[in-house]
Design a protein around this ligand. Structure first.
Ligand code: AVJ
Length: 316
Protein backbone atom coordinates (compact mmCIF):
# COMPACT_ATOMS: atom_id res chain seq x y z
CA UNK A 1 0.00 0.00 0.00
CA UNK A 2 1.31 3.48 -0.78
CA UNK A 3 1.88 5.98 1.98
CA UNK A 4 -1.16 8.07 1.07
CA UNK A 5 -3.37 5.01 0.97
CA UNK A 6 -2.34 4.20 4.51
CA UNK A 7 -3.20 7.77 5.50
CA UNK A 8 -6.56 7.46 3.73
CA UNK A 9 -7.34 4.17 5.44
CA UNK A 10 -6.32 5.44 8.88
CA UNK A 11 -8.45 8.56 8.45
CA UNK A 12 -11.42 6.45 7.34
CA UNK A 13 -11.03 4.01 10.25
CA UNK A 14 -10.41 6.74 12.82
CA UNK A 15 -13.32 8.96 11.83
CA UNK A 16 -15.68 5.96 11.59
CA UNK A 17 -15.09 4.87 15.18
CA UNK A 18 -16.51 6.31 18.36
CA UNK A 19 -14.93 8.28 19.91
CA UNK A 20 -13.31 9.56 16.72
CA UNK A 21 -9.55 9.21 16.55
CA UNK A 22 -6.66 10.40 14.34
CA UNK A 23 -3.03 9.47 14.99
CA UNK A 24 -0.56 12.20 16.04
CA UNK A 25 1.79 10.38 13.69
CA UNK A 26 0.17 12.43 10.92
CA UNK A 27 0.94 15.82 12.48
CA UNK A 28 4.34 15.89 10.83
CA UNK A 29 4.07 17.09 7.27
CA UNK A 30 6.32 20.00 6.23
CA UNK A 31 4.04 22.51 7.94
CA UNK A 32 3.72 20.29 11.03
CA UNK A 33 7.51 19.93 11.31
CA UNK A 34 7.81 23.71 11.30
CA UNK A 35 5.04 24.17 13.87
CA UNK A 36 6.66 21.61 16.17
CA UNK A 37 9.96 23.51 15.89
CA UNK A 38 8.08 26.62 17.00
CA UNK A 39 6.40 24.77 19.89
CA UNK A 40 9.85 23.84 21.18
CA UNK A 41 10.63 27.55 21.43
CA UNK A 42 7.50 28.45 23.39
CA UNK A 43 8.19 29.44 27.01
CA UNK A 44 5.44 27.06 28.21
CA UNK A 45 6.99 24.04 26.46
CA UNK A 46 9.49 23.32 29.26
CA UNK A 47 10.43 19.85 27.93
CA UNK A 48 13.03 21.13 25.46
CA UNK A 49 14.87 23.39 27.89
CA UNK A 50 14.83 20.82 30.69
CA UNK A 51 16.40 18.15 28.55
CA UNK A 52 18.73 20.65 26.87
CA UNK A 53 20.02 21.58 30.33
CA UNK A 54 20.82 17.91 31.03
CA UNK A 55 22.65 17.57 27.70
CA UNK A 56 24.63 20.78 28.28
CA UNK A 57 25.47 20.44 31.95
CA UNK A 58 25.74 16.70 32.46
CA UNK A 59 27.44 15.76 29.20
CA UNK A 60 30.28 13.96 30.99
CA UNK A 61 27.85 11.94 33.11
CA UNK A 62 25.97 10.92 29.97
CA UNK A 63 29.17 9.84 28.20
CA UNK A 64 30.46 8.11 31.36
CA UNK A 65 27.22 6.14 31.59
CA UNK A 66 27.79 4.76 28.08
CA UNK A 67 30.88 2.94 29.41
CA UNK A 68 32.69 3.18 26.08
CA UNK A 69 36.26 2.29 25.23
CA UNK A 70 37.84 5.15 23.25
CA UNK A 71 39.94 2.88 21.10
CA UNK A 72 36.86 1.04 19.86
CA UNK A 73 34.57 2.56 17.24
CA UNK A 74 30.83 2.69 17.83
CA UNK A 75 27.60 3.88 16.25
CA UNK A 76 25.44 6.52 17.86
CA UNK A 77 21.90 5.99 16.59
CA UNK A 78 19.28 8.64 17.27
CA UNK A 79 15.66 7.60 16.78
CA UNK A 80 13.41 10.51 15.75
CA UNK A 81 16.34 12.89 15.50
CA UNK A 82 14.42 16.10 14.76
CA UNK A 83 16.67 19.17 14.65
CA UNK A 84 19.53 17.87 16.82
CA UNK A 85 19.54 20.90 19.11
CA UNK A 86 20.25 18.79 22.19
CA UNK A 87 22.34 16.09 20.56
CA UNK A 88 24.88 18.58 19.23
CA UNK A 89 26.21 19.09 22.77
CA UNK A 90 26.81 15.38 23.14
CA UNK A 91 28.43 15.14 19.69
CA UNK A 92 30.75 18.06 20.45
CA UNK A 93 32.03 16.48 23.64
CA UNK A 94 32.49 13.07 22.01
CA UNK A 95 34.51 14.66 19.20
CA UNK A 96 36.57 16.81 21.62
CA UNK A 97 37.33 13.71 23.66
CA UNK A 98 38.48 11.83 20.56
CA UNK A 99 35.86 9.10 20.53
CA UNK A 100 35.62 7.26 17.22
CA UNK A 101 32.00 7.01 16.18
CA UNK A 102 29.48 7.36 13.41
CA UNK A 103 26.32 9.37 14.01
CA UNK A 104 23.17 7.83 12.51
CA UNK A 105 20.11 10.09 12.84
CA UNK A 106 16.83 8.36 11.97
CA UNK A 107 13.74 10.38 11.15
CA UNK A 108 10.48 9.87 9.28
CA UNK A 109 10.83 13.34 7.78
CA UNK A 110 13.32 13.68 4.92
CA UNK A 111 13.15 17.39 5.50
CA UNK A 112 14.31 17.10 9.15
CA UNK A 113 16.99 14.61 8.17
CA UNK A 114 18.37 16.95 5.57
CA UNK A 115 18.48 19.83 8.04
CA UNK A 116 20.16 17.89 10.83
CA UNK A 117 22.78 16.53 8.42
CA UNK A 118 23.55 20.03 7.18
CA UNK A 119 23.67 21.47 10.68
CA UNK A 120 25.98 18.80 12.10
CA UNK A 121 28.27 18.84 9.07
CA UNK A 122 28.60 22.63 9.42
CA UNK A 123 29.31 22.40 13.14
CA UNK A 124 31.56 19.34 13.00
CA UNK A 125 33.30 18.94 9.62
CA UNK A 126 35.06 15.75 10.77
CA UNK A 127 31.87 14.06 11.98
CA UNK A 128 30.95 10.84 10.22
CA UNK A 129 27.20 11.05 9.67
CA UNK A 130 24.78 8.82 7.79
CA UNK A 131 21.10 9.65 8.06
CA UNK A 132 18.38 7.03 7.69
CA UNK A 133 14.89 7.94 6.55
CA UNK A 134 11.98 5.95 7.87
CA UNK A 135 9.53 5.25 10.66
CA UNK A 136 11.78 4.06 13.50
CA UNK A 137 9.26 1.39 14.37
CA UNK A 138 9.87 -0.25 10.99
CA UNK A 139 13.52 0.51 10.20
CA UNK A 140 14.81 -0.66 13.58
CA UNK A 141 15.97 -4.09 12.40
CA UNK A 142 18.02 -2.55 9.56
CA UNK A 143 19.89 -0.32 12.01
CA UNK A 144 21.40 -3.26 13.81
CA UNK A 145 22.86 -5.09 10.83
CA UNK A 146 26.48 -3.98 11.41
CA UNK A 147 28.30 -5.57 14.35
CA UNK A 148 29.76 -2.26 15.62
CA UNK A 149 28.89 -1.51 19.26
CA UNK A 150 25.88 0.75 19.51
CA UNK A 151 24.43 3.49 21.67
CA UNK A 152 20.78 4.30 21.02
CA UNK A 153 19.27 7.71 21.75
CA UNK A 154 15.52 8.10 22.05
CA UNK A 155 15.03 11.49 23.62
CA UNK A 156 12.49 14.34 23.77
CA UNK A 157 9.87 12.14 25.47
CA UNK A 158 8.93 10.90 22.02
CA UNK A 159 7.96 7.61 23.67
CA UNK A 160 5.07 9.51 25.27
CA UNK A 161 3.05 9.49 22.06
CA UNK A 162 2.68 5.72 22.37
CA UNK A 163 0.13 3.91 24.50
CA UNK A 164 1.91 1.99 27.29
CA UNK A 165 1.45 -1.37 25.61
CA UNK A 166 2.91 -0.06 22.33
CA UNK A 167 5.75 1.63 24.21
CA UNK A 168 6.59 -1.62 26.03
CA UNK A 169 6.60 -3.49 22.70
CA UNK A 170 8.81 -0.87 21.13
CA UNK A 171 11.34 -0.88 23.98
CA UNK A 172 11.35 -4.66 23.84
CA UNK A 173 11.98 -4.55 20.09
CA UNK A 174 14.98 -2.26 20.67
CA UNK A 175 16.23 -4.49 23.49
CA UNK A 176 16.05 -7.63 21.36
CA UNK A 177 18.36 -5.98 18.82
CA UNK A 178 20.88 -4.74 21.41
CA UNK A 179 23.86 -6.77 22.56
CA UNK A 180 24.47 -7.38 26.26
CA UNK A 181 26.11 -4.30 27.80
CA UNK A 182 24.85 -1.87 25.16
CA UNK A 183 22.99 1.26 26.26
CA UNK A 184 19.76 3.05 25.42
CA UNK A 185 19.42 6.68 26.49
CA UNK A 186 15.71 7.33 26.97
CA UNK A 187 14.51 10.90 27.61
CA UNK A 188 11.16 11.04 29.42
CA UNK A 189 8.99 13.86 30.69
CA UNK A 190 8.05 13.26 34.33
CA UNK A 191 4.63 13.31 36.00
CA UNK A 192 4.09 16.67 37.63
CA UNK A 193 1.30 19.09 38.44
CA UNK A 194 -1.32 20.27 35.98
CA UNK A 195 -0.33 23.93 36.27
CA UNK A 196 3.02 23.09 34.64
CA UNK A 197 2.04 20.39 32.13
CA UNK A 198 -1.23 21.75 30.72
CA UNK A 199 0.19 25.11 29.51
CA UNK A 200 2.89 23.20 27.61
CA UNK A 201 0.07 21.83 25.44
CA UNK A 202 -1.92 25.07 25.23
CA UNK A 203 0.66 27.81 24.72
CA UNK A 204 -0.63 31.38 24.77
CA UNK A 205 0.64 32.09 21.24
CA UNK A 206 -1.60 29.32 19.89
CA UNK A 207 1.14 27.34 18.16
CA UNK A 208 0.01 24.01 19.67
CA UNK A 209 -3.54 24.84 18.57
CA UNK A 210 -2.33 25.37 14.98
CA UNK A 211 -0.22 22.20 15.21
CA UNK A 212 -3.29 20.15 16.15
CA UNK A 213 -5.55 21.85 13.57
CA UNK A 214 -2.90 21.31 10.88
CA UNK A 215 -3.99 17.67 10.83
CA UNK A 216 -7.39 18.71 9.43
CA UNK A 217 -5.67 20.97 6.88
CA UNK A 218 -3.60 18.02 5.81
CA UNK A 219 -6.71 15.91 5.27
CA UNK A 220 -8.19 18.77 3.24
CA UNK A 221 -5.05 19.13 1.11
CA UNK A 222 -4.11 15.49 0.63
CA UNK A 223 -7.45 13.70 0.69
CA UNK A 224 -9.76 16.35 -0.78
CA UNK A 225 -11.77 16.96 2.40
CA UNK A 226 -13.76 20.09 3.20
CA UNK A 227 -13.07 20.54 6.94
CA UNK A 228 -13.98 24.09 8.01
CA UNK A 229 -10.91 24.59 10.24
CA UNK A 230 -12.45 27.54 12.08
CA UNK A 231 -15.30 25.40 13.37
CA UNK A 232 -12.93 23.09 15.27
CA UNK A 233 -11.14 23.93 18.48
CA UNK A 234 -7.94 22.65 20.10
CA UNK A 235 -8.80 20.98 23.40
CA UNK A 236 -5.94 19.88 25.71
CA UNK A 237 -6.49 17.84 28.90
CA UNK A 238 -4.21 16.68 31.72
CA UNK A 239 -4.56 15.54 35.30
CA UNK A 240 -1.64 14.63 37.53
CA UNK A 241 -3.49 11.50 38.76
CA UNK A 242 -3.60 10.08 35.24
CA UNK A 243 -0.24 11.52 34.09
CA UNK A 244 -1.21 11.65 30.43
CA UNK A 245 -1.63 14.88 28.45
CA UNK A 246 -4.29 14.41 25.76
CA UNK A 247 -5.23 16.55 22.79
CA UNK A 248 -8.58 16.65 21.04
CA UNK A 249 -10.16 18.61 18.21
CA UNK A 250 -13.65 19.65 19.29
CA UNK A 251 -16.37 20.41 16.76
CA UNK A 252 -17.93 23.72 17.80
CA UNK A 253 -21.19 22.89 16.02
CA UNK A 254 -23.14 20.04 14.43
CA UNK A 255 -21.68 19.62 10.96
CA UNK A 256 -20.97 17.27 8.09
CA UNK A 257 -17.56 16.87 6.46
CA UNK A 258 -17.05 15.33 3.03
CA UNK A 259 -13.85 13.48 2.12
CA UNK A 260 -13.61 13.25 -1.65
CA UNK A 261 -10.99 10.49 -1.82
CA UNK A 262 -13.28 8.30 0.30
CA UNK A 263 -16.48 9.51 -1.38
CA UNK A 264 -17.90 9.63 2.11
CA UNK A 265 -19.56 12.02 4.57
CA UNK A 266 -18.71 12.18 8.28
CA UNK A 267 -21.11 13.59 10.85
CA UNK A 268 -19.99 15.62 13.85
CA UNK A 269 -22.34 16.41 16.73
CA UNK A 270 -21.93 19.73 18.52
CA UNK A 271 -19.00 19.35 20.99
CA UNK A 272 -18.03 15.96 19.59
CA UNK A 273 -14.27 15.59 19.61
CA UNK A 274 -11.58 13.76 17.68
CA UNK A 275 -8.84 12.37 19.91
CA UNK A 276 -5.51 13.22 18.25
CA UNK A 277 -2.65 12.76 20.70
CA UNK A 278 -1.44 11.38 24.00
CA UNK A 279 1.75 12.64 25.64
CA UNK A 280 2.43 10.30 28.51
CA UNK A 281 4.39 11.48 31.54
CA UNK A 282 6.46 9.01 33.52
CA UNK A 283 8.05 8.04 36.82
CA UNK A 284 10.42 5.18 37.79
CA UNK A 285 7.57 2.74 38.50
CA UNK A 286 5.91 3.28 35.12
CA UNK A 287 9.22 2.86 33.29
CA UNK A 288 9.99 -0.28 35.33
CA UNK A 289 6.64 -1.68 34.27
CA UNK A 290 7.34 -0.92 30.59
CA UNK A 291 10.72 -2.70 30.63
CA UNK A 292 9.69 -5.53 32.96
CA UNK A 293 9.44 -8.11 30.19
CA UNK A 294 12.53 -6.90 28.26
CA UNK A 295 16.19 -7.46 29.10
CA UNK A 296 16.66 -3.78 29.95
CA UNK A 297 17.59 -2.36 33.34
CA UNK A 298 17.85 1.22 34.55
CA UNK A 299 21.55 1.97 35.08
CA UNK A 300 21.58 5.78 35.45
CA UNK A 301 18.99 8.54 35.84
CA UNK A 302 19.87 12.18 35.14
CA UNK A 303 17.50 15.00 36.11
CA UNK A 304 17.35 18.69 35.27
CA UNK A 305 17.54 21.16 38.15
CA UNK A 306 13.75 21.50 38.40
CA UNK A 307 13.23 17.70 38.32
CA UNK A 308 10.82 18.11 35.39
CA UNK A 309 12.54 15.72 32.98
CA UNK A 310 14.71 12.60 33.19
CA UNK A 311 17.26 11.04 30.89
CA UNK A 312 17.42 7.35 31.81
CA UNK A 313 20.34 5.24 30.65
CA UNK A 314 19.11 1.68 30.22
CA UNK A 315 21.52 -1.23 29.89
CA UNK A 316 20.86 -4.58 28.32
C1 AVJ B 1 7.42 15.29 20.19
C2 AVJ B 1 5.96 13.74 21.22
C3 AVJ B 1 7.55 14.89 22.54
O1 AVJ B 1 4.13 15.06 23.06
O2 AVJ B 1 5.27 16.67 23.94
C4 AVJ B 1 4.21 18.88 21.43
C5 AVJ B 1 4.74 16.49 20.59
N1 AVJ B 1 2.54 17.67 20.84
N2 AVJ B 1 3.08 19.58 21.61
C6 AVJ B 1 4.97 15.95 22.99
C7 AVJ B 1 3.85 17.66 20.94
C8 AVJ B 1 2.07 18.86 21.23
C9 AVJ B 1 5.70 16.17 21.67
N3 AVJ B 1 6.64 15.02 21.39
Amino acid sequence: MTKNNTFLKDVNDGLSQYPKYLSSHYFYDKNGDELFRQIMEMPEYYLTNSELEIFKEQTDSIIGSFGLDKSQGFELIELGAGDGEKTQHLLKRLIDEDFKFKFIPVDISNNSLHQITERMTDLFPTLEIEGKQGDYFYVLDELFISDKPKVILFIGSNLGNMADETAANFLNKIAINMKPGEKLLLGLDLIKSQDIVLPAYSDAAGITRDFNLNLLKRINNELGADFDISSFEHQPEYTEEEGIAKSFLRSKKKQTVYIKDLEKFFEFAENESIHTEISRKYNDEILQRLIATSDLEISTKLLDRKNYFADYILIK
